[in-house]
Design a protein around this ligand. Structure first.
Ligand SMILES: Nc1nc2c(c(=O)[nH]1)N[C@@H](CN(C=O)c1ccc(C(=O)N[C@@H](CCC(=O)O)C(=O)O)cc1)CN2
Ligand SMILES: NCC(=O)N[C@@H]1O[C@H](COP(=O)([O-])[O-])[C@@H](O)[C@H]1O
Length: 315
């Protein structure tokens, strides 16, 4: 059977006597994934994008037994395959799979606590990405102050009377491309993202909104205004939503939500604080998934996040 180079490399690690085995460095720490056999392979875009080159038959009996993102390798326990592949019973196959570290741009207009949470997750190593640039429409905002104190580049957008040094939409796109930005994260940014950026970063721009969209979203719904509207409505629950950004305010595909209670005597400020606490955790969880290529699309167009602990689970 004609194996691709990658397949040969994989086999060599666990079938060293195989005639196919060129020598490649053993990965330091094994990974494995508790996966159902084969079908999971096609449902794990990560592997698809790696195009390991295994003939499908060779993986029919193969199930992933474990994987951790930090060491970039897989251990795949092979059992009798339905093809003539060289995988023998109970042999394990470990593959070196590289997840490129992602570059992030964060857009803020205010204090930037979500921006800080994401940057702190990157610094402590739980996030497989780096915040390479901050974009703001307020050069003196808290988020810009934090960026200055942490050596993060700052871009002003858009050009306005109060920010004459602001970029045009096309210059913004060019600048983000020059920074090699992979994902754009809005976190309390209060201006409409232009269509030029949306077209340039398809399915790569995200926003966090402090209500359970589609409720309490759209033009005029930002900051404390959102929480005042939730309380006035009598809603018993609220919480943050992270969604893909399209041309309109808050109408993009929902990716993640969390729920908090609205208490009978809540002030808008108390509810805002409860929601913000959840935002900080939710945005870090979602950006970790983005940086690990764990976002997939259901057949009906709904985006899902694959669990890091159990890749057979989606939420
Ligand atoms: N193209 C998109 N741009 C932005 C989105 C989006 O979903 N698509 N999300 C917003 C963030 N946001 C809610 O999450 C939001 C921000 C601001 C407003 C709003 O009404 N703004 C006022 C101006 C406020 C100001 O300048 O102080 C307005 O446009 O009149 C609504 C929702 C970020 N951009
Ligand atoms: N509609 C947009 C909107 O209201 N965004 C909200 O602005 C706050 C920014 O806080 P932060 O600057 O401390 O991250 C957050 O609560 C975020 O959900």
């Amino acid at each position: 059977m004609n194996f691709s180079m990658e397949a040969q490399q994989i086999i060599s690690i666990f079938c060293p006597k195989s005639s196919l085995a060129p020598s490649i460095p053993m990965v330091k720490q094994p990974f494995s994934l508790n996966f159902a056999p084969l079908d999971s392979l096609s449902s794990y875009p990560f592997l698809q994008s790696q195009n390991l080159g295994f003939p499908t038959g060779a993986l029919h009996a193969v199930s992933f037994v474990h994987k951790e993102i930090c060491s970039n390798s897989w251990r795949i326990r092979g059992s009798k395959s339905s093809s003539t592949a060289e995988l023998e019973e109970d042999h394990e196959v470990r593959a070196q799979v590289i997840v490129r570290r992602k570059k992030l741009a964060v857009f803020v207009s205010g204090g930037g606590s979500n921006f800080r949470s994401i940057h702190e997750a990157s610094k402590r190593g739980s996030l497989h990405g780096d915040v390479t640039v901050l974009v703001t429409n307020k050069s003196e905002c808290g988020g810009a102050e934090y960026a200055k104190n942490n050596g993060i580049a700052i871009i002003l957008f858009p050009k306005a009377k109060d920010e004459p040094k602001g970029l045009s939409p096309s210059d913004l796109v060019d600048t983000l491309r020059n920074f090699e930005v992979d994902f754009v994260l809005l976190a309390g940014y209060l201006k409409l993202i232009p269509v030029e950026l949306i077209r340039a970063y398809e399915r790569s721009i995200f926003n966090i909104h402090p209500s359970l969209l589609p409720a309490f979203g759209g033009k005029g719904y930002y900051g404390i205004k959102v929480h005042k509207a939730v309380i006035a409505s009598g809603a018993r629950f609220s919480g943050p939503t992270i969604h893909f950004v399209d041309e309109h305010y808050d109408t993009g595909r929902i990716l993640a939500q969390r729920v908090v209670p609205v208490l009978a005597n809540d002030t808008a400020e108390e509810l805002a604080a409860r929601v913000l606490n959840e935002e900080h955790q939710l945005y870090v969880d979602v950006v970790e998934a983005l940086c690990e290529d764990r976002v997939i699309w259901r057949e009906d167009g709904v985006p899902l996040i694959q669990s890091r602990e159990n890749p057979n689970e989606f939420h």
